[in-house]
Design a protein around this ligand. Sequence first.
Ligand code: ZN
Length: 462
Amino acid sequence: ARGLGRELVIPRDFYARIAARHGKAPVKVRAGGKVPSGVVSKLKGLEATKLLFHEDPYMRVFKGRVLKVIGPYFVLDQTAFYPEGGGQEADTGYIALDSGELFKVVDVQKVGALVIHRADRELPSSIEGSYVRGEIDWERRYVLMRHHTATHIVLGVSRLVLGDHVWQAGAEKTSERARLDITHYKPLTDGEVRRIEDLANKVILEGRRVNTFYMPRYEAEKRYGFTLYQGGVPMEPTIRVVEIEGLDAEACFGTHLRNTMEVGAIKIVGVDRIADGVVRLEYVAGTKVSEYARRLEDRVRYASKILGGDVVKRASSMIRELKDMRNLINNYRRMYVSLYAKHVKEGLESFKGVRLGFFTPEVVDHDALKDVLIKLTRDVPDSVVVLILPREGGTFVEVSLGVRARNLVSASDLVKKALVRIGGRGGGKVDHATGFIPRGLSKEVRSAIIESFKEVLDHLLS
Ligand SMILES: [Zn+2]
């Protein structure tokens, strides 16, 4: 659009919006919407929460003064609980009151400059003004920090492997796995995925420092460029920059490790093209890698048990056996087709100038029966062949007319009229038609079908 005097403005979260529309998991564009408006309206006048998780992301225990209690919601003057945001899930944990009573913290959201905690039940409003002791679920948080830092590494490395056009279109870090959606115009090859994984693990082993600092926005933009804004453009004049030395720098709110070595390892466990120009990478980090390996191991073991031996050996021998069986079946099928066609031919009876027959084969092999019908329409030009077959929930009828018979009567017409009279329906073409009766195939149903066809045919041919 440049040069036309107008500039096309593409919102920074353009790709995130696409990913949100096409992705399996929703991309969180904005957090905080999970706090009821009735609670938000009561928060006016409170001072900004001091973010202890930024001062020290390794802080597990802290003390905070209760500024406000609204049912199960509460606000402290400072907190180590990370609120959901930047694709990172909220912390969980508990708080202890002076009385010793414990409350679980089940959700944490950010509303403006405030961090809103939600307890598992209503808190007494009398605790406003007093101190509580908070402790976050550290095991869970540490996994989130690993997955979050891993996401910066995977993004930086993807740019190195695929090119500078790679941009974060969305990201999510849960305690189970992490995912990163990147802008890339074609699916990734196995080789590219391996290179990304290998390089990511190399960055981990190199033990690069992860630095976090605040900078005036314009200065940060000058130093790092607009790739800073992978998660959207912040409004503040001062931004929080998270830098993995020599690899990646982003404006980011999340909690990170101090050193890439702490990630332990990265394993990419899924690659998917979720939209035109957006590729999703899913990966696990740290101890989750061995959990993932264990699950794979279990599956392989289970598969081996079913197959009765080593998976690879058994699978290749089974494929050989399957091929042999298929050849054998094809030979039998050819034999069956010629035998059954002969049987049908001999079973046809003269009826009003055509050769009519009703058949219910013992073996319902649709491919073979199709071949039988094709063969008959050529071999017996005035044939009217009606197959009556059992089918789930009723009886299936298939009619095929020889090349001359179809000049006398339409198969579609015949099936429709014959079946409607006995509670069924059907249709098709002049030479071939099918129908269905919602009654199981029995002697009576079979006779009713034959009677009806004969009467309709008698009428149509007169
Ligand atoms: Zn981050």
